[in-house]
Design a protein around this ligand. Structure first.
Ligand SMILES: NC(=O)c1ccc[n+]([C@@H]2O[C@H](COP(=O)([O-])OP(=O)(O)OC[C@H]3O[C@@H](n4cnc5c(N)ncnc54)[C@H](OP(=O)(O)O)[C@@H]3O)[C@@H](O)[C@H]2O)c1
Length: 373
């Protein structure tokens, strides 16, 4: 399978590259800068080699992702699907940047997939757009893998991701099919911990020792839905492959996240402290704050005060730890089978708080072991 992929240099893109097997060939579409060609930017993000050599220059904010007729003609005979992982994920970015990458980028991706399909005799049969589970806005309870209605509780970022979904699903007709993959929070690589981004739980980890008065909100029934990036990348590729095999039956929305296995935030934070043998995490006092207040504050704080990018993102990150909801994965299971992506609370805590793996130790007290012989 050959996929044209925008956004490979990002966190999710790294996860896709790390988990792609020999059965998938990725063709990166990347921006150039005045000083650096697209291929050289991919080489510095993902290493020199075949991937960098295959890179196509483009920009998702341009019609057909900026691909010329010649470039489209060259790609069309071999491209099976288009994957849009490009996005603006700075939750505090101005509206025009959120709109350009998250809404226009998705719409242009559909135009690009259609142009490839018509020039390649229908070989390109899928556009998969990475969205976010957080398009659920302030919604609690079970969140279905389905189109969602307008919601005044969405942040500006969430609104841009929701509009990006709507613009492609609204226009989807026949082939290429359109599948929106809503991604949960992303942690670094499951084995190395390598991460290109420190959002959500990472921001809490970074701010931990600077919390005013050592006070941490109590998250109540809030859950933290995050997966290591390679775990998410592997599930995404499985979903894309399955959708390519039967594009007419592909679901319009799937959730690539921890779903019902996501731990409660308070339990995860308690676990992180108990795993912190070196005592790096300062003692905290947790104070009850209604979940609804955290959701409101994260949506509205910028109306009253100007926050740095770090602080603004930390506040939004708290929102994603405070809401009691479960992202359904039934349609994902129907597509890829029951072996759904998962991580343990311990792995999540270790990756987010950079806690080393425990040394294997004998069970029980070795001093007493000789007495039982
Ligand atoms: N990270 C998360 O926790 C998370 C959670 C849920 C959903 N998601 C979704 O997953 C997707 C990827 O997120 P991420 O965390 O991987 O983001 P990221 O690390 O910020 O990467 C964004 C990628 O998009 C590319 N890009 C941005 N604007 C572009 C443009 N105009 N033309 C071409 N490429 C462009 C960037 O390329 P450059 O190298 O040129 O900047 C980069 O490769 C987004 O849709 C996001 O909403 C992420």
């Amino acid at each position: 399978v050959r996929l044209l992929v925008a956004g490979l240099s990002g966190q999710l893109g790294h996860g896709v590259v790390e988990s792609a097997g020999d059965d998938v060939e990725l063709i990166p579409l990347a921006r150039s800068t005045p000083r650096r060609a697209a291929a050289s930017r991919i080489a510095s993000a993902l290493g020199a080699g075949a991937l960098a050599e295959r890179t196509v220059e483009g920009d998702v904010t341009q019609p057909r992702w900026g691909l010329s007729d010649e470039a489209l003609d060259e790609l069309a005979p071999t491209i099976d699907g288009v994957l849009d992982l490009a996005g603006e994920v700075d939750w505090t970015a101005p509206d025009h940047r959120l709109f350009a990458a998250n809404v226009l980028g998705a719409a242009n991706g559909l135009e690009c997939a259609r142009a490839l399909s018509s020039r390649g005799g229908g070989r390109c049969r899928l556009l998969c757009v990475a969205s976010s589970v957080h398009v659920a806005g302030g919604r609690t309870g079970r969140v279905p893998e389905a189109r969602l209605s307008p919601d005044p509780d969405r942040t500006r970022y969430e609104t841009s991701k929701w509009q990006g979904e709507e613009v492609v699903l609204e226009q989807a007709r026949g082939l290429p099919a359109v599948m929106v993959a809503r991604i949960g929070g992303l942690l670094g690589n499951s084995a190395s911990g390598a991460t290109t981004k420190r959002n959500s739980l990472y921001l809490l980890a970074d701010e931990w020792n600077r919390l005013p008065g050592g006070l941490m909100p109590r998250f109540g029934n809030g859950r933290v839905d995050m997966l290591p990036r390679d775990t998410a990348g592997a599930a995404l590729l499985r979903a894309v492959r399955a959708a390519l095999a039967a594009p007419e039956e592909a679901p319009d929305v799937v959730h690539i996240c921890a779903g019902e296995s996501a731990p409660r935030t308070d339990a995860l934070l308690a676990l992180a402290r108990s795993l912190d043998g070196a005592g790096r995490l300062a003692p905290i006092r947790s104070v009850p704050v209604p979940g609804r207040a955290l959701v409101w504050a994260s949506q509205n704080a910028e109306r009253f005060t100007s926050l740095s990018r770090q602080r603004g993102n930390a506040l939004t990150g708290i929102r994603y730890l405070a809401i009691d909801r479960t992202f359904e994965r039934d349609r994902l299971a129907a597509l890829i089978g029951d072996d759904l992506p998962a991580t343990s609370a311990e792995q999540t805590a270790r990756l987010a708080f950079a806690l080393p793996e425990a040394e294997p130790r004998p069970v029980g007290d070795p001093e007493l072991a000789r007495l039982s012989e």
